[in-house]
Design a protein around this ligand. Structure first.
Ligand code: FAD
Length: 717
């Protein structure tokens, strides 16, 4: 009776809440949309806006609860779309009770591979608290490294109960009825449990029973008798095969997201738009690739390439240390394969018109901004959609409806169900399964085109750090990358290359082995390829403005890239200003083998090999070069340090002097957080030893260095 009364009370309540999302790559937006869909199914009204649309909401006057989903970008920054908002709330003149009227719940997204995990969300959360806003629900911090859904799903589950409590308490305050408080206290007890982000199934079931809503968030799926994919001898679970208990469990699967896109084939012809029109982040530039150099030997474990771009005829500007974005397409063969599986091989060149489906139940449905209204099907699959993305549970749920085989259907249901969390993590997320892998594994699954557009995220441009100086090489922009390779595995019979690096490697292959001495002449030059780039705003990873300040650079592998730009810049300044005083410079570099992947040791610049690092050393631009090799035999025997952090420790006194006495800078760049953590641990040890303080004090010192932007990191995974 109590529960029936409770739900009746809830139905009478006003249920609008403001839902703000701040997204960089679309994940926060997708999660906000999921919240919006679930809200509708639960009788709430989510008033959803991008946090940048500040004319559409007013936090100062907001009376309803606010839900914020916010991701993190760069080195712990809020997404670009939140920059204006963050600036506004960080205004030091705002009074302490500025947001005292506000009740909010915040879900932060991040990646623990990066040092400042979820810092975008934490920054906003902290500031809202400082301004008097109150949590109506515990903050969730989701980690893309292990799977956002591990926190996101239970956080959303718990949100409804927390929201209901807010609305009930609001009513209570308005003096509604005594019954409410009875129900409210029952609910309060439940919320204590809900605070652990665990909604009791009793409450969920109550909703199902009382509201009789077939399209609600959970539906129990009885196991089917047949598991067509499994042979009776299979005892090991896999992507396509499950074992007890999950194969026999009743499943809670997510609500089916309403379809909202309509794709119409057209008879007309015409031209596709330029891929740069899909970029909202700023001006894009089409620039020719003027040089491609392989920096590693053929037998190196990873292939590193240096590309040089001609930016002379553009307004593109950069400083050493800046990164920029490269717009890249999906692999031609994967697009062909996808079209083949979908039975659309013949129609790839057909123009399609993408619209919002009439009468869709999805609230605020709009055509995704990264899909042109009119273009060929191939264009959409090649330039717009991240077809390699790991399918989210909502996508799996939607795919179930397009799968005819009962066994395959059941397995897809398992993988998107709550009971299948660990299978999802193991066989989808950790195996980096993409849509093509799924379609191969579940051959009776034939999704519609609109489903792909609805569920595949935007194909993102990739960031690269400039490895040149505009002062040293006017009109040129270079960058260095490893060609990413994913070996074949049980779920993927063929090996694959990274989307962007694989494409770039193929694009510049003809440039890599040019006829000797013809590279810089017009006649006989291989055809020039162009790529589209755009700038990455707001970077602090720059040389100290005062050239007399010393600095330390730590950049193993391709992490050396920005430091080549730093050194080129410094060399030019030294040539131009012979009367200036220049501080000392340290470079710590590491790679696997001295002879195979020691980048910039033997660069085939112009037409003859130059040891660029050696040149910097000889002309005094670089004062100290310290290198280590993790796989060379002398290292294996323990004679030499293996990693950059080990070498740093050997130079503890000098590093401490640069940082403490000479107020120098410390830069770390590279492709793994483990490296960055190893380096910061070494710096803490060095500071603790040289300052003769305990570790905690040394950590505070490092935090101060970070805060004052003297310890700077540019790390990617
Ligand atoms: P993707 O196809 O995007 O794959 C990359 C990652 O996806 C893998 O590492 C893996 O985690 C996952 N993945 C996808 N599919 C699979 C699969 N089938 N199996 C296993 N794992 C899979 N990189 C450089 O080389 N040089 C730079 O100077 C540089 N600078 C950067 C600066 C910044 C600020 C940032 C954020 C990144 C930088 N990067 C740099 C990284 C770069 O942006 C790309 O992420 C990298 O080149 C890989 O891109 P890709 O498209 O080739 O690989």
């Amino acid at each position: 009776l109590k529960s029936t009364l409770f739900w009746k009370m809830c139905c009478d309540l006003k249920r609008r809440f403001l839902l703000l999302y701040a997204t960089q790559k679309g994940q926060a937006k997708a999660i906000a949309e999921e919240i919006c869909v679930q809200a509708g199914a639960r009788g709430f009204e989510a008033d959803m806006h991008c946090i940048s649309e500040m004319d559409k909401y007013n936090l100062e006057g907001e009376k309803d609860p606010v839900v914020i989903v916010i991701s993190t970008t760069g080195t712990g920054d809020p997404p670009d779309t939140a920059r204006k908002f963050v600036k506004k709330i960080q205004d030091k003149n705002l009074p302490r009770d500025h947001f005292a009227h506000l009740q909010y719940g915040l879900l932060g997204l991040g990646d623990s591979e990066y040092t400042f995990f979820c810092n975008g969300g934490k920054t906003v959360d902290r500031r809202l608290q400082e301004l008097g806003a109150q949590h109506f629900y515990d903050t969730g911090l989701a980690d893309d490294c292990v799977g956002l859904e591990l926190v996101v799903d239970p956080w959303i589950d718990g949100l409804w109960l927390a929201l209901k409590k807010v609305f009930l308490l609001q009513k209570e305050k308005e003096g509604m009825s005594n019954d409410v408080s009875a129900v409210s206290s029952t609910l309060s007890a439940a919320v204590c449990v809900g605070h652990e982000l665990n909604l009791s199934s009793e409450i969920q079931n109550l909703k199902l029973e009382d509201e009789g809503d077939a399209s609600s968030d959970v539906s129990s799926q009885k196991p089917v008798d047949i598991n067509l994919l499994a042979s009776s001898r299979d005892t090991e679970p896999s992507l396509v095969h499950s074992v007890p208990p999950i194969s026999q469990a009743a499943l809670n699967i997510p609500v089916l997201p309403p379809e909202y896109i309509e794709v119409q084939f057209q008879d007309t012809h015409g031209e596709n738009p330029h891929p740069s029109i899909l970029i909202s982040e700023g001006t894009t530039f089409e620039v020719p690739v003027t040089k491609a150099v392989q920096l590693t030997r053929e037998d190196a474990i990873k292939t590193a390439l240096l590309l040089e771009l001609d930016i002379a005829n553009t307004a593109f500007d950069y400083q050493p240390g800046d990164a920029f974005c490269v717009i890249c397409p999906n692999s031609v063969s994967e697009v062909e394969e996808l079209l083949h599986i979908l039975g659309l091989s013949e129609r790839g060149e057909c123009f399609v018109c993408v619209k919002v489906k009439e009468g869709t139940k999805k609230r605020g449905a709009s055509r995704p901004q990264h899909i042109p209204e009119r273009s060929t099907l191939k264009f959409i699959l090649t330039w717009c959609l991240e077809i390699r993305a790991i399918p989210k549970k909502a996508f799996l749920r939607a795919l179930v409806e397009y799968t005819s085989n009962a066994g395959e259907k059941r397995r897809l249901q398992e993988l998107c169900s709550r009971q299948g969390n660990s299978d999802y993590t193991r066989f989808i997320r950790e195996s980096n399964v993409c849509l093509l892998d799924l379609l191969h594994a579940f051959p009776s699954c034939k999704p519609s085109l609109n489903l792909l557009i609805e569920h595949l995220p935007k194909l993102q441009a990739r960031f690269y750090s400039a490895s040149s100086s505009n002062l040293y090489q006017p009109g040129k922009l270079s960058f260095v990358f490893n060609v990413v390779e994913f070996p074949a595995c049980p779920t993927r019979p063929v090996s694959r290359k990274g989307v962007c690096t694989g494409w770039l490697a193929e694009l510049v292959a003809p440039l890599l082995h040019p006829n000797k001495n013809t590279l810089n002449t017009k006649e006989g030059s291989p055809p020039t390829e162009e790529i589209s780039i755009f700038a990455r705003p707001n970077n602090t990873f720059h040389l100290p403005s005062d050239p007399s300040v010393p600095f330390v650079m730590v950049g193993p592998g391709t992490g050396i890239a920005p430091f080549i730009g730093f050194l080129q810049h410094r060399q030019k300044l030294r040539e131009e200003h012979t009367d200036w005083h220049f501080g000392e410079t340290w470079l710590f570099f590491g790679c696997r083998h001295h002879d195979r992947d020691y980048l910039f040791k033997q660069v085939h610049y112009l037409t003859f090999p130059v040891d660029e690092l050696r040149c910097f050393l000889e002309n005094g631009t670089l004062t100290h070069l310290k290198v280590c090799f993790s796989r060379d035999s002398s290292t294996a025997e323990g004679a030499s340090p293996k990693y950059v952090q080990d070498v740093l420790r050997l130079y503890a006194k000098e590093v401490a002097r640069v940082l403490l006495k000479d107020s120098g800078y410390f830069y770390v760049c590279g492709d793994k957080k483990h490296m960055a953590d190893g380096v910061s641990d070494a710096v803490v040890d060095i500071l603790s030893m040289e300052m003769e303080v305990d570790k905690l004090e040394a950590m505070k010192m490092l935090a101060m260095l970070r805060e004052t932007k003297r310890y700077l990191q540019d790390v990617w995974s």
